[in-house]
Design a protein around this ligand. Structure first.
Ligand code: BTN
Length: 247
């Protein structure tokens, strides 16, 4: 497979790069994959489950781009897996240690969050027709508001500043590499690597569902993206809305 033809437009300020790309796709039916938007600042950055994504202006990578993977909806979690693995590979290549994928959408360094993903899939029949990949990677920000849970950044971890455009370029190269694996049907290999890098896998940990705290051990993630935890009741399956990690 040829690499993706990246066409990332840069703006200074936007509500949300995911939102803007979604509108662009709706207004233009024949966009190619690789088109994307990077913004220096978002006024309404979107996080998971309706949360706000905080990022100081000009400090971090705020990027959304379009993929057209044409894979079956039953394999949609593989998209999130390959983007997570690309981010881990990028961070590891910068000599960061203890980089893990915290299910379902976060990248952690130790117990601190350095990046989050927001993936919106547009489905046609039984196929993923278009996938909007949103990535927020903390790069040069060193101070975060107190209500952001356990944040970190490249600067905090490595003690220097980075050129955001260069980090983006390195990341897009990694995504090219991992995306090719989806088409080589190396999804099983991606899945193996994903499990190897899964935060808290095999370690007795604390979780919370509704008001109840409980302990269990993550055994893996199933192909549909449910988290599997071994508890006193056996192996239980969780949707991401139904469980929180206690860190
Ligand atoms: C999360 O961890 O909750 C997901 C955060 C995703 C944030 C990125 S920043 C670029 C893109 N545009 C958005 O509005 N959100 C994603």
């Amino acid at each position: 497979m040829e690499g993706i033809n990246w066409d990332i437009r840069e703006v200074q300020e936007i509500s949300s790069t995911n939102e803007a790309l979604y509108t662009l796709i709706n207004d233009n039916k024949d966009l190619n994959e690789g088109i994307g938007i990077r913004s220096a600042y978002q006024t309404m950055g979107k996080g998971q489950i309706g949360k706000y994504w905080h990022s100081k202006a000009n400090k971090n990578l705020l990027l959304s781009f379009l993929l057209q993977p044409s894979i079956s909806i039953s394999q949609q979690f593989a998209i999130s897996q390959m983007i997570s693995l690309s981010l881990v590979d990028l961070l590891t290549s910068l000599d960061i240690e203890e980089v893990r994928i915290k299910w379902p959408n976060d990248i952690y360094v130790g117990d601190l969050k350095i990046a989050g993903l927001l993936i919106q899939n547009l489905i046609s029949g039984k196929q993923i027709k278009e996938s909007i990949i949103g990535i927020g990677l903390n790069v040069n920000q060193v101070k975060f508001p107190g209500d952001i849970p356990n944040p970190t950044s490249l600067s905090l971890v490595l003690g220097r500043t980075f050129e955001i455009a260069q980090i983006q370029e390195l990341l897009l190269d990694k995504i090219n590499e991992f995306y090719a694996q989806l088409f080589d049907l190396r999804i099983k290999q991606l899945n193996k690597l994903y499990h190897f890098l899964l935060y808290r896998r095999g370690v007795l940990s604390k979780f919370k569902r509704e008001q109840e705290k409980f302990e269990g051990t993550i055994t893996g993630v199933d192909p549909l993206g449910h988290l599997l935890i071994e508890t006193d009741l056996g192996i239980e399956k969780f949707n991401f809305r139904d469980i929180q990690f206690v860190i």
